[in-house]
Design a protein around this ligand. Structure first.
Ligand code: CP
Length: 343
């Protein structure tokens, strides 16, 4: 990992890119690997090597956050736009901090205070920002496919920060990064993803990343919160958390996305907690070293009891901390791939 840091420290955008690109190769299974994507749109199409490369690059970036001056130069002179059409605490601030740590300038776009409220389209918004000279767009949008649309119509790199029910790739990456950090590897682990699967882009990105890295994933929840296509996905399905809790190494509790629900998918929140909530009582039947995860924001007392969310098995805040290194790696890699194609 020292090698990655050394390269990052001495990286000057636009100079000797090809040589640096070659230096940035990390050896995977005895072969050098070169990252080539200038967009990160989802994890579904990524290879095991690509996912591993992002995780290894992120590991190299962890050290920067421990310094007294938490900065490195690789995105100096570059402009990153946070183009958020939905609210966010973790993802937006984490991308902002990641871009700052890599010395980029950051534009914060928020739908509510923009000309979108006057009828401006997504593409017109992006093209106008691009006219100001931007290099990377980080986009969150309630429409699945919005990041892909953007990537086909602008020259800048595009990073998906969550699109509809489709994908949230950096959340999937920080989740597998956290599991790898705590358990060493995902190979052979049993992982339950519990709750509102139907409306969860996190569940989908997690599923792709976790299964590619060798874990067995079970979606758990009421039938009303399972996606229609669940039978075609590489997961097991269970409607009974009590049957699953004793077996799993990792449990990822999802938020009920009330803002996306048309009607109520369960009779009452009390009944939901009783059957699908992660309670202290249920935790007594779990493996002693089970990892408790949640992407946030948490509905305390609904999908997870506070005692468990803040308990000794919880890695929820560790997930947030790891998101920074993962997002630094993603910004670094897409920028490097863009420089390679134009350099
Ligand atoms: N996990 C997640 O996407 O959180 P935010 O909505 O706060 O970004």
């Amino acid at each position: 990992m020292d090698r990655i840091l050394d390269i990052v420290e001495h990286y000057t955008p636009g100079r000797t890119l090809r040589r640096l690109g070659t230096s940035m190769s990390i050896i995977h299974r005895g072969k050098p690997f070169q990252w080539q994507r200038k967009h990160l749109l989802g994890l579904r199409d990524l290879s095991v090597e690509e996912i591993t490369h992002i995780l290894d690059t992120a590991k190299g970036f962890e050290e920067i956050s421990t310094r007294s001056v938490k900065k490195a130069p690789p995105l100096r002179g570059k402009v990153v736009v946070n183009l958020f059409f939905e609210d966010s605490t973790r993802t937006r601030n984490s991308f902002t901090l990641a871009a700052n740590r890599l010395s980029a300038d950051v534009i914060e776009f928020t739908q509510k205070t923009s000309s979108v409220s006057k009828g401006e389209t997504l593409l017109d918004t992006a093209r106008n920002l691009e006219a100001m000279g931007i290099d990377i767009v980080v986009i969150r949008h309630n429409a699945a496919g919005a990041p892909t649309l953007l990537s086909r119509n602008i020259k800048a790199c595009v990073v998906n920060a969550g699109d509809g029910f489709c994908e949230h790739p950096t959340q999937g990456l920080l989740d597998v990064y956290t599991i790898r950090q705590m358990k060493g590897s995902l190979e052979g682990l049993k992982i339950a993803i519990v709750g509102d699967i139907a409306h969860s882009r996190v569940a989908r990105s997690d599923m792709w990343a976790m299964t590619k890295l060798g874990a067995e994933v079970t979606f758990v929840g009421p039938p009303t919160l399972m996606p229609a296509e669940v039978g075609r996905l590489p997961v097991k399905v269970s409607y009974n958390l009590d049957k699953v809790i004793e077996e799993v190494d990792v449990i990822n509790m999802l938020r009920i996305q009330f803002e996306r629900l048309g009607g109520s998918p369960f009779p009452s929140t009390r009944e939901y907690s009783r059957y699908f909530g992660l309670t202290a009582e249920r935790m007594q039947r779990a493996k002693p070293d089970i990892l408790v995860m949640h992407p946030g924001p948490i509905n305390r007392g609904l999908e997870i009891e506070s005692e468990v969310a803040d308990g000794r098995n919880s890695v929820i805040l560790r997930q947030v901390a790891n998101g920074l290194a993962v997002r630094m790696a993603v910004l670094f890699l897409v920028n490097q791939a863009a420089a390679e194609t134009t350099g």
